[in-house]
Design a protein around this ligand. Structure first.
Ligand code: ADP
Ligand code: GLC
Length: 484
């Protein structure tokens, strides 16, 4: 089979969140099974430095809009680990400071940027290789499925190509004005509530849900949750209609990058057999966060995150005053919404002896936080999968999580009787329940023997891509067969 991934982020080229980790690793796993795999990503400004030579394979594809044409080139990114990379170049749309926007807001022409990207990918594939499956991700590439089944309906070379949409986050849907329909040259008859319309907006994600052959999301629990009003963001009805084609496939992680036995970014290596290096990682982390005064027996709590409402920081802010009485030190690495950046800055000012904050995006620091923390906090409002709690397991940073989405699927509550489990969970979105979960963690932390068992339980878990890779392959095959 030939699987073509179209996505708005991909490591090592461009990343704002976990989507980049997934697109940087799942295609490789599919290729490992002997399939042909191609990945298309926009040629953002941030990607340019990876390709100073800019090897152009298609100089100009015409992408028509309502009153004008735009022109996209295709850049050959070469083959890595069996995966072929192509980039869609359209400087007026992608050579910009931000990926989706700037601190002052989203780019208002994102409909055009990602509409062009999707159409350019379809056109490029006709010259460079039509796949058996287009695997699209989140709202940004959802309209590829819409194009394929409307504007490209009569194209004989695309007839047998199937589409799989993975929803990494139903909270971001790509809402645009109704006129987007005409601007992207879609027929007006798709602008109805059972197709792409959602309360008088053109909803990219909804289009993908309606028009893709199969749908996946990134954990079993989230697949159930998004069919309810609390998590579906208004698309729960549309998702329920497609329940038979909606599959929860938990993300894997890349243990070649995230493994304390081999990680080149941390101060010392350690393993399930020999945990001793972790103490040095803790000292190194505290030093990097200007907190060398923190004592060895203090529990270091870590956070690495996009600073967004989704991640539950208001709960952390609510418990911090009471947590400050405990023997803890909180380390926060993140960037995002100015409201939360300021919240953490002010918490640091109020509790300088208890919190250190770095408002920046820094991959090396992210690895140091995993390796140096004793406890990892992830009290998300919702979490489709979540990768950091999975990395934390591997690094023996015991997760305290809210039991939602992938957090619930990946973390098992510690049972002091049987000494099984990998972390601590709470159910409702309540500060008191969160605080109790952290306190449960702290009480075990002071029992060194139990704590090491708990760490080792987590470190022994395997969330590699092997199983999810097989699940995707099975789905690709089913979809390809249906199309034939
Ligand atoms: P989401 O995709 O919702 O942001 P995930 O847990 O799936 O959440 O993935 C987040 C990814 O982004 C992880 O790889 C995490 O290490 C990384 N990350 C988030 N914030 C930062 C930061 N400030 N510096 C470095 N890496 C970060
Ligand atoms: C999204 C989700 C996150 C998930 C990631 C990768 O950004 O918020 O939970 O892990 O996508 O699928």
């Amino acid at each position: 089979m030939h699987i073509l991934f179209a996505a708005s982020e991909c490591l090592p080229f461009i990343k704002t969140g976990g989507l980049a980790d997934v697109i940087g690793s799942l295609p490789r796993e599919i290729a490992r099974h002997g399939h042909q795999v191609t990945v298309y990503v926009p040629f953002y400004r941030q990607v340019q430095s990876h390709f100073p030579e800019k090897k152009i394979v298609i100089p100009s594809i015409t992408i028509p809009f309502e009153y004008y044409n735009r022109f996209a080139a295709v850049i050959d990114g070469g083959k890595r680990d069996g995966v072929q990379f192509y980039f869609i170049d359209c400087p007026e749309l992608f050579d910009r400071e931000g990926v989706y926007g700037t601190p002052s807001g989203e780019y208002p022409d994102n409909w055009e940027r990602f509409g062009l990207f999707c159409r350019a990918v379809i056109e490029a594939s006709k010259l460079l290789g039509v796949p058996d499956i287009f695997h699209v991700h989140d709202w940004q590439t959802s309209v590829l499925s819409v194009y394929l089944r409307t504007v490209y309906y009569f194209d004989p070379v695309l007839r047998k190509t199937g589409t799989v949409l993975t929803i990494h986050n139903a909270g971001y849907q790509g809402w645009f004005p109704p006129a987007t329909t005409a601007r992207l040259l879609f027929p007006w008859d798709i602008f109805t509530m059972d197709r792409v319309e959602q309360y008088d907006t053109f909803n990219f994600l909804k289009g993908g849900i309606v028009y893709s052959d199969a749908l996946t999301t990134v954990s079993h629990k989230y697949a159930e949750e998004i069919q309810t009003p609390e998590f579906g963001g208004g698309l729960e009805g549309t998702l329920r209609k497609r329940a038979a084609d909606l599959h929860g496939i938990l993300n894997g992680v890349d243990y070649a990058k995230w493994n304390p036995e081999t990680d080149g970014r941390i101060a010392a290596h350690y393993s399930i057999k020999d945990l001793s290096g972790k103490a040095e990682c803790k000292r190194d982390l505290l030093h990097a966060f200007g907190a060398s005064h923190v004592k060895e027996d203090t529990a270091v709590l870590g956070i690495v995150s996009r600073l967004a409402t989704q991640k539950g920081f208001d709960l952390t802010a609510q418990i911090i005053e009471r947590l400050a009485f405990e023997n803890i030190f909180l380390i926060v690495l993140g960037t995002g919404e100015p409201y939360y950046e300021n919240l953490f800055r002010s918490l640091h000012e109020r509790f300088p002896e208890k919190i250190s904050v770095r408002i920046t995006y820094d991959e090396t620091l992210a690895h140091k936080v995993e390796a140096g923390s004793d406890i990892y906090l992830m009290p998300s409002r919702y979490e489709p999968c979540g990768l950091n709690q999975i990395y934390s397991l591997k690094y023996g940073a015991v997760p305290v999580v809210r039991a939602t989405g992938g957090l619930d699927d990946t973390i098992e509550e510690w049972d002091p009787e049987t000494r099984t489990g990998t972390g601590f969970k709470f159910q409702g979105y309540y500060a008191d329940d969160y605080l109790k979960a952290v306190q449960r963690a702290l009480s075990v932390f002071h029992d060194k023997d139990a704590w090491q068992t708990l760490m080792r339980n987590g470190m022994a878990r395997d969330y590699s891509w092997t199983k999810p890779g097989e699940a995707y392959l099975k789905l690709y095959e089913e979809v390809a067969q249906r199309r034939n």
